[in-house]
Design a protein around this ligand. Structure first.
Ligand SMILES: [Fe+2]
Length: 193
């Protein structure tokens, strides 16, 4: 018998209604068009794409649509945290950041983690045919010494209307978007108190 210890969990499941997704898509473009400062930042830091990460990163306090989304995500975070065996007695999760990402064809998002956060994730709003995957890296990688080759990455090709959650220390990347249309997502961080 073998026992699995210290597993790395990822939550991937549907969330929200068609109406909510449609509204989020509309607002994503409105935010991009309004956010001139963000557009300027992206020219240097996110070539070809748009993210409100640097300029409008509290969208859950900015729009009632994002506020509605946050309430649903928080429930999923709470349920995910039980599987992670967090002791959350007399504690609660709260969203610290929420931003939108618009990735036209060929735009990539390099390997990163979400420092100083507890649980992070992404909600997918638009995932046209050819949408790039989100790829997670085995967190044990820095400790490998004499291991033979084995898979050290895991990819999910997301579908619109689905939510991905992971612990914020888990490194991940998004390969170049191969879809002709924009890949649109909303990313966020949660902390606890
Ligand atoms: Fe990320």
């Amino acid at each position: 018998m073998s026992i699995s210890i210290f597993p790395t969990l990822i939550h991937y499941a549907p969330l929200g209604t068609t109406k909510l997704i449609k509204e989020l898509k509309k607002e994503a473009y409105q935010i991009r068009d309004y956010d001139k400062e963000g557009q300027k930042w992206c020219k240097t830091n996110y070539p070809g794409g748009y993210t409100s990460y640097q300029t409008l990163s509290s969208l859950h306090t900015f729009s009632s649509t994002f506020e509605t989304l946050e309430k649903s995500i928080r429930k999923a975070v709470k349920s995910f945290s039980k599987k992670l065996q967090y002791d959350m007695r007399d504690k609660e999760f709260f969203m610290t950041d929420c931003w939108v990402n618009i990735m036209p064809k060929s735009v990539t998002h390099p390997m990163h983690l979400h420092p100083l956060s507890t649980i992070s994730g992404t909600y997918y709003v638009s995932t046209p045919k050819g949408t790039s995957s989100i790829t997670f890296e085995d967190p044990r990688l820095p400790f490998y010494m004499a291991q033979p080759p084995r898979p050290f990455r895991y990819s999910i090709t997301p579908k619109a209307g689905n939510l991905v959650l992971f612990e914020s220390w888990l490194r991940h990347e998004v390969a170049a978007n191969q879809a002709k249309e924009d890949r649109i997502s909303i990313s966020f961080n949660y902390h606890w108190r």
